[in-house]
Design a protein around this ligand. Structure first.
Ligand code: F6P
Length: 345
């Protein structure tokens, strides 16, 4: 039987654990199924332009603890170009791919779904530090980001306390507050603001004042970048959108800081953690999850179970239809936010 060729790509924002997935796919694919691999460069851009490099034992050696992605990534959306979808399908043939594994968040998986509907042999692996993919309990990268933010909060605590300041920490989370809530609980935040629970200026001010009235002279506020304050408007760094229609968020931390200082008179500072949350080595949890996803993804390829993605449900890795993971983003559970709220003020 002729050796089968499998393409792998990583799309969207990078995330710790991507290399663990790539390594697991390639290691099991070669040792158990005798597959050959092509590493597609720069996400869907590589599929539009036939950019690839061979991927074998040598290339995946030593990558497990590395952050980022050895394949590179982009936010290219083939469906933004006329005939882009058809071009990717033609290029699957041109690159002689028997299967394609797309590792990415909602945008990348939506493209994978469209291609699968058009008949392409595609499977997906969910990825995002935001942890907002539906029907999967955790995406790799999230645990690493939460640990980075928690460590930052521990550090910010000591300086807040020394100076009797309010410290506002802006974290990632475009449409969901998973990072803010998990790290906020772990880091003992006194107020956590997330997109799922818009608040008024009065509520923010009342919480901080209440805390100071009960004798505390410093506060830690965590705010997810996609939180809106007193309006429907996102706070953005610049106008314009990427190929998937996303604005560049950033600035809500400064807004919250300004509000608190003006309305309470307490000295306030803001820290924006930004891409620190996405860089560097993955935690052991993310390495294990990425490895499990990679193994399950190559098994899906072997079973020719196209149009599916792998997902963590309970402690089991399952295969679910791609459409169950995309479209509607997974929001922070009310139950979890209620736990966080007990410690506000
Ligand atoms: O989607 C993950 C994410 O980390 C978001 O939380 C954030 O808004 C976005 O990526 C920023 O990505 P970039 O700076 O790469 O455009």
């Amino acid at each position: 039987m002729a050796t089968k060729t499998v393409g792998i790509l990583t799309g969207g924002g990078d995330c710790p654990g991507l290399n663990a997935v790539i390594r697991a796919v390639v290691r099991k694919g070669i040792s158990q199924y005798d597959y050959r691999f092509r590493g597609i460069q720069k996400g869907w851009k590589g599929m539009m332009e036939c950019l690839w490099e061979p991927l074998g034992h040598e290339e995946v050696s030593g990558i497990l603890p590395k952050g980022g992605t050895i394949l590179g990534t982009s936010r290219t959306n083939p469906y933004k170009t006329e005939d882009g979808g058809e071009r990717v399908i033609e290029n699957i043939k041109r690159m002689k791919l028997d299967a394609l594994i797309a590792i990415g968040g909602d945008d990348t998986l939506t493209v994978a779904h469209k291609l699968a509907v058009a008949g392409a042999p595609v499977v997906g692996v969910p990825k995002t530090i935001d942890n907002d993919i539906s029907n999967t309990d955790f995406t790799f990268g999230f645990d690493t980001a939460v640990n980075i933010v928690t460590e930052a909060l521990d550090r910010i605590h000591t300086t807040a306390e020394s100076h009797n300041r309010v410290m506002v920490v802006e974290v990632m989370g475009r449409h969901s507050g998973w990072i803010a809530v998990h790290a906020g609980i772990a880091g003992g935040a006194d107020l956590i603001l997330i997109p799922e629970h818009p608040v008024t200026v009065e509520e923010i001010v009342a919480t901080i004042k209440m805390r100071h009235q009960r004798g505390k002279d410093f506060s830690i506020v965590v705010v997810a970048e996609g939180t809106t304050i007193a309006s429907e408007e996102y706070i953005v760094q610049e106008s314009g959108t990427d190929e998937f229609g996303h604005v560049k968020l950033g600035g809500v931390g400064q807004l919250v800081s300004d509000i608190i200082e003006k309305e309470t008179g307490f000295e306030t500072r803001v820290t924006v953690l930004g891409h620190l949350q996405r860089g560097g080595t993955p935690t052991a949890f993310d390495r294990v999850l990425g490895t499990r996803y990679g193994i399950a993804a190559i098994d899906l390829v072997h079973a020719k179970d196209w149009g599916k993605m792998v997902a963590l449900q309970g402690n089991k890795i399952r295969a679910i239809p791609l459409e169950q993971g995309i479209g509607e983003l997974k929001k922070v559970d009310d139950e979890l936010y209620e736990i966080a709220r007990i410690f506000f003020g």
